[in-house]
Ligand binder design. Sequence first.
Ligand code: IMP
Length: 418
Amino acid sequence: MSSNKADIIVGIQWGDEGKGRIVDLYAERYDVVARFGGGDNAGHTINVGEQKLALRIVPSGVLQPHVELFIGGGTVIGLDGLIAELDKLSQLGVDIARVRISDRAHVVLPYHPAADRADETARGDNPIGTTGRGIGPAYVDKVGRHGITFGDLSRADIVAQRIAFNLERRRSSQGDAGLPSERELIESTLASAQRILPHVIDGVTYIHDAMARGRVLIEGAQGSLLDVGYGTYPYVTSSHTIAGGACTGLGIGPTAIGSVIGVVKAYCTRVGAGPFPSELQDETGERLRRQGGEFGTVTGRPRRCGWFDAVAARYAVALNGLTGAAVTKLDVLSGLERIGIVTGYRLNGAAVGFGAIGQSGFEVEIEEMDGWAQAIDGVRRIADLPPAAGAYLERLESLLGVPVETVSVGPERSQLAR
Ligand code: IMP
């Protein structure tokens, strides 16, 4: 049977690019929206009128009532958080029978956030600044081959045996502190499993059937520069966030992929520690944070802000094989007299690439463009942007080297220019 190609939307900076609303926009034309990695460290916010929908786990296609929502095998998900999110969606009138979870996804257990926090404390003066959700330790258990999958949740014997093993392992290395009793944890996990099991399916069969009968949109979490292999390691998350991660995270081959759209903010932000070449630690950075509402969806932490970084963006275009881009939050730059773009990196004076980030002797080259004073939140056609905003967008497009398909000009679902 011939299959339709699946399309991918990924963030190409350090996360928080505004993927949620772009997925929401594109999802109209798809039958399934699938997530392939990460867990509730992600936070997608979609504004609908007065209502602000903050999702952590369920894909952003949720507002399109015809769309099936699939949480793929590459994710790591806590049961309590998932139940709370499903309950909240249910209260908002969403039919949660549309949510399906791959049997290959891994369960985040209460000892994972505890280990995440302990690891951060152990890093002392040099923490990663994780979201504290246990994502890293859950992936460590997966790769260490003692994790619990959503498929395992239907087998009480496996759940009990693996929880016992993992608690014992942790007790012998870190002592009893903060660890739940074995019986308590097995009972609560099995009780939560009863709520979740009706959503658990054979994920590989599901995604291949979905591509055979309709159109699948794949939604990335976090951003390419947080990828565990290709980001600013070790200041990264613990999964492959780039488009290639969609193949392993869903169990599909590279030939199953159609287009890859990168979501990119008109400036840059980063939450947590790690190098950030275009960071503005001044009044302009503060203004971007205020104007852009740059505070974490999951942790509420203020995000670090800086200029658009074309070197990092082009690196991410290559990592993902982008075919197009969506630029978000262009309106946040309105009112700035001059706008900077990082166009080059230098190490002791010599031109270098992304890999040199963080080394001593590292410097950036900044190009400046004129800003625009007018508000642009009412603009719906790219051609109607004030000339300086149009010129800035054209510059981003030429630096990215892929067509910009859509631009967000305000937080509302409808505030998009094409
Ligand atoms: P972890 O994913 O909780 O292990 O955190 C590792 C790094 O990724 C930290 O710098 C977090 O701030 C960052 N991070 C994780 N998820 C997101 C996200 O959805 N947006 C932005 N940063 C994130």
